[in-house]
Design a protein. Sequence first.
Length: 572
Amino acid sequence: MLATLSTMNIVIWVGVALGILSQGSYSSYTPADNYLLVCGSSQNVTFNDQTYVPDSLQSSVSLKSQGNSFVATSNSTPPSPIYQSARIFTSTTSYKFDIETEGRHWIRLYFYPVPGHNLTSASITVVTENFVLLHNFSFETFNGTYLFKEYAINVTLDNLVLNFIPSNNSIAFVNAIEVVSAPDNLIPDQAVAVSPPGPFTWLSGLALETVYRLNMGGPLVTAQNDTLGRTWENDVKYLHVNSSATNVSVNPLNIKYGPAVSPEIAPNSVYSTAETMGDANVVSVNFNITWVLPVDPNFTYFVRVHFCDIVSKSMNSLVFNLYINTDSAFGGLDLSNLAGNLDVPVYKDFVSNNSAGSDTLSVSVGPDTSSNSLNAIMNGLEIMKISNEARSFVGLSAVETLLEVPPKKNKIGIIIGSVGGAVAALAFIGLCYCCLAARRSRSTPQGNTWLPLPLYGNSLTMTKMSTLSQKSGTASCISLASSNLGRRQQLTEKSDVYSFGVVLLELEETSSALTEPDDNSTNHIPDIPLTSLEPFDNSVSMIEGVNSGTDDDAEDAATSAVFSQLVNPRGR
Ligand SMILES: *[C@@H]1O[C@H](CO)[C@@H](O)[C@H](O)[C@H]1NC(C)=O
Ligand SMILES: *[C@@H]1O[C@H](CO)[C@@H](O)[C@H](O)[C@H]1NC(C)=O
Ligand SMILES: *[C@@H]1O[C@H](CO)[C@@H](O)[C@H](O)[C@H]1NC(C)=O
Ligand SMILES: *[C@@H]1O[C@H](CO)[C@@H](O)[C@H](O)[C@H]1NC(C)=O
Ligand SMILES: *[C@@H]1O[C@H](CO)[C@@H](O)[C@H](O)[C@H]1NC(C)=O
Ligand SMILES: *[C@@H]1O[C@H](CO)[C@@H](O)[C@H](O)[C@H]1NC(C)=O
Ligand SMILES: *[C@@H]1O[C@H](CO)[C@@H](O)[C@H](O)[C@H]1NC(C)=O
Ligand SMILES: *[C@@H]1O[C@H](CO)[C@@H](O)[C@H](O)[C@H]1NC(C)=O
Ligand SMILES: *[C@@H]1O[C@H](CO)[C@@H](O)[C@H](O)[C@H]1NC(C)=O
Ligand SMILES: *[C@@H]1O[C@H](CO)[C@@H](O)[C@H](O)[C@H]1NC(C)=O
Ligand SMILES: *[C@@H]1O[C@H](CO)[C@@H](O)[C@H](O)[C@H]1NC(C)=O
Ligand SMILES: *[C@@H]1O[C@H](CO)[C@@H](O)[C@H](O)[C@H]1NC(C)=O
């Protein structure tokens, strides 16, 4: 008997030692792909201790535009520095990211209608080659000032294309984009379906969207405190009954990661805090702590529950039931036994099918009355929407439908200078430049439709012109992309002109398209990174020369920006 006990002790202590060792030996995860782009900015932006590079300066990202994009900046204080500029799309435009390592990637999108540019009414649709991330989103019908979206998508090609599609006669925009590798073991291929009970397989082929990520009983954990740049918010506002829960916390260094759970699953600041039963050990010992989370009823959800026994003095003293909605997800969960020890993290994955059509998803824990345990605990909770049968997160329109190019009017337009002689003069310079550019471009592979990102010089124009920012008319032009794609017959495109700078940009593209021989009838087009296309450099300096001096505004905004509000991981 004594011998058995001491053997057990040894086993436990070896386990602890191994836990400590393996914790110490974790080399922190380094993502193979790590794109942090601030769109339309002219300079790096630091946010959450990370450097976001202007989209126009990132060499392994290219932009393919069937029309135009331009840039907006604002003098007013954005909700956080990442939101101070935007790239605006007047027609379907794609970012293409070179991918080093296939597998799950975070795609994080930041949207904020930069004031003064009429972006509130913009209608935003974002699709990858396989999945619809956002469809017809508009701030007009959204109850919030900015939108943060996070997706986890298994990229199985050596590139990822993000298409931004404006609805008819509207514009789309984006302020910042992250494309970052996630560890392969983060999201499994299989989870447990709760209703009807059984295995749920082939998650690896589906996309996930973060809807909730909660740090039970703990503070907001921001991206810089999470090894994978995730944000965890406090749970209290989702508690069904506030008094049902009492928060507990221990020193994060007490958390002993074992071989099964690494800090990439969740940081120790998540496992070191928890909600336990509020009235445990008092009158009625038998009740649930329930969190109620509003969700879109038409979807299936991936539910990850994080546990760590930070309250018990001895093993096997915390045994409880876990419910998802009213279904039992895990009965008689003996936490320290499941984890192997006290203070050792463990997590469980489920898939919940809201078959009842309810617009909330609830998760509950309550004591297992068949054990002596009088308490229940939860440390963290993640809820992710699973892409539906249309491979979408919004409705039933598939990528193919949304990417279809609507027929465009067939009219070669002439830009009539409405701004006066200065326009004409500058336009002439632009034409001359473009002839030069077109000549030079012959030395580069023909028919490249991946254009360099348009000049941030335009933004400065936008800012200045915003007092007369109404659409000043329409300009017709030939877009480089459409003239090169043999199957797309349209030569012209009608687009709204927001400012003089944009007219100039369109004119340049028109003339280079006109002067470029349209002899490229293949659809296989070599991709060239942004930085290798030089001809546009001249125009950058030209337009900047016209509008110098507003960079300071952006800098002021950056330095004075107060990030007082947490990035809402719900993104709704
Ligand atoms: C911007 O950030 C990139 C990547 O961190 C760095 O290489 C570059 O030097 C920075 N540029 C400036 C102007 O700070
Ligand atoms: C897009 O949303 C707007 C409201 O924001 C709505 O009026 C319009 O019908 C929607 N269009 C589609 C195609 O869903
Ligand atoms: C908008 O959000 C606020 C606070 O979250 C809420 O009180 C209000 O009811 C919401 N309005 C609508 C129309 O959803
Ligand atoms: C967009 O325009 C086309 C033709 O102009 C029309 O058929 C289609 O219904 C429009 N779509 C929306 C969402 O308004
Ligand atoms: C991604 O998809 C591929 C092909 O379906 C699969 O082999 C791989 O395991 C998946 N990776 C992850 C992390 O799900
Ligand atoms: C923990 O509970 C105390 C008392 O109810 C409360 O004041 C505190 O804000 C809670 N902390 C967190 C992180 O929820
Ligand atoms: C986050 O990290 C900062 C320093 O990087 C630290 O001061 C802060 O306490 C951390 N917060 C949490 C919740 O771990
Ligand atoms: C529960 O707590 C939250 C946050 O502290 C508070 O907003 C809410 O009003 C409370 N609800 C009740 C019923 O006390
Ligand atoms: C769910 O789908 C049904 C039918 O497809 C649709 O009528 C309903 O509007 C959808 N609900 C939401 C919240 O999108
Ligand atoms: C806890 O919630 C589950 C699921 O809704 C329910 O079946 C069970 O009766 C509840 N337990 C208590 C004590 O209320
Ligand atoms: C969801 O519910 C439907 C019918 O209610 C069922 O056919 C399907 O298998 C369920 N999926 C999961 C993952 O439980
Ligand atoms: C903003 O957009 C709406 C709808 O597209 C339009 O009616 C309005 O005139 C625009 N306002 C300005 C200042 O451009």
